[in-house]
Design a protein around this ligand. Structure first.
Ligand SMILES: *Cc1c(COP(=O)(O)O)cnc(C)c1O
Length: 356
């Protein structure tokens, strides 16, 4: 596909928001990227247009059968005014793995990275500059065939929207309390757990809502067959430090392969910290706690980077991790990753890409 994107700029730019009260995903920039897919023609009509509601047929497949995938990454403004993306190709590669699973046509990775860069560049004045803030980038694909039969759509839209977001930890990093879910499940092997499919989230809301009622911020999912092995947390992968070793559940089809997860593993390896990807049961965690060897626990994902876990509740058995304080290693990972993302630390891994 040729790298041409037709650009139509807005005639009425919106006022920029107050950087203190950005929150997450509530405010959108002046422009969006759209391209269409038609069977036989491929992806076409790549364009950047003023941000506006979509005009879709009510019969569009996405509304009925949920044929949709999404991604999430960020653009960061450095202290010296540069704009950095963090491993954007990884997100586009993951789109194609999600697409493949959901019968959505594949995208051209290089072109879509180029589309992100072009859109961010046009709306660069929307990248907030206050400490810890960033511009969240949300690419997604929806099936648009106006047809109620159940089959893969013949037409799609690939869209990218941008949202300035606040610092995830405006008051410093506070570990969160997590409810271990032993009734509902998120995904099973052979299902869509490894894909960033919209429907995975719809299916997870009920457990989330019930955990929230009990006072928990997130749920920790167990495997869908035995409710025994740990999978991941909400929209984050999960890591445990036990007796000096870091353990994270292995990717076996039901877990989302996080880019932050991969970055954490590479960092730990580079530091000579033992990190193991394997199945780990909730029982094993509780036994480590009894033995006094359960040292740290944290989630990893683009939004928070690192989210330490302060308490787990598994069938009424509550355990407190590291006195509900962020662990030393968790803090070091957080400082290093955010340091690289915001251009404060040297990027020895070549993870960042500058937008010029
Ligand atoms: C997006 C996501 C993650 C985190 O992935 P990152 O690439 O690190 O942001 C983890 N789990 C689920 C279910 C997700 O959707």
């Amino acid at each position: 596909m040729a790298y041409d994107i037709k650009i139509t700029k807005t005639a009425s730019p919106k006022p920029k928001p107050d950087q203190i009260s950005l929150g997450f995903g509530k405010i959108f920039t002046d422009h969006m990227f759209i391209m269409d897919y038609t069977e036989g023609k491929g992806w076409h009509d790549a364009r950047i247009v003023p941000y506006a509601p979509l005009d879709l047929d009510p019969a569009s497949a996405v509304f009925h059968y949920g044929q949709a995938i999404f991604e999430g990454l960020k653009a960061y403004r450095t202290h010296d005014g540069r704009i950095l993306l963090f491993r954007p190709r990884k997100n586009m590669e993951r789109i194609n793995r999600s697409d493949e699973r959901m019968c959505i046509p594949l995208i051209d990775i290089d072109f879509c990275v180029h589309a992100i860069k072009t859109l961010v560049s046009i709306d660069k004045d929307w990248i907030p500059t206050a400490e810890g803030t960033s511009l969240y980038i949300r690419p997604f694909i929806i099936a648009t065939d106006p047809f109620l039969g159940v089959h893969p759509s013949h037409t799609y839209k690939f869209i990218i929207i941008l949202s300035p977001v606040g610092a995830y930890y405006p008051q410093g990093i506070n570990p969160v309390d997590i409810y271990v879910e032993s009734n509902y499940v998120r995904a099973v092997k052979g299902g869509t757990g490894f894909a960033k499919a919209a429907g995975n989230y719809a299916a997870s809301l009920k457990a989330q809502a019930e955990a929230a009622q009990k006072g928990y911020v997130q749920v920790l999912w167990l495997d869908g067959v035995e409710r025994k092995y740990i999978e991941e947390v909400g929209a984050m992968n999960v890591f445990f430090k036990i007796n000096g070793e870091v353990i994270t559940p292995s990717l076996e089809g039901s877990i989302l392969p996080g880019i932050t997860r991969d970055s954490v593993i590479q960092l730990l390896n580079s530091w000579g910290v033992k990190v193991t990807e394997r199945r780990i049961s909730i029982q094993e965690l509780y036994e480590a706690y009894e033995k006094g060897t359960f040292e740290e626990a944290f989630g990893s994902g683009t939004a928070a980077v690192i989210s330490p876990i302060g308490e787990l509740n598994w069938e009424g058995r509550k355990i407190t991790i590291n006195d509900k304080k962020i662990g030393e290693l968790s803090q070091r990972i957080y400082d290093t990753l955010t340091g690289i993302q915001f251009g404060k630390l040297e990027d020895t891994f070549g993870w960042t890409e500058e937008i010029r």
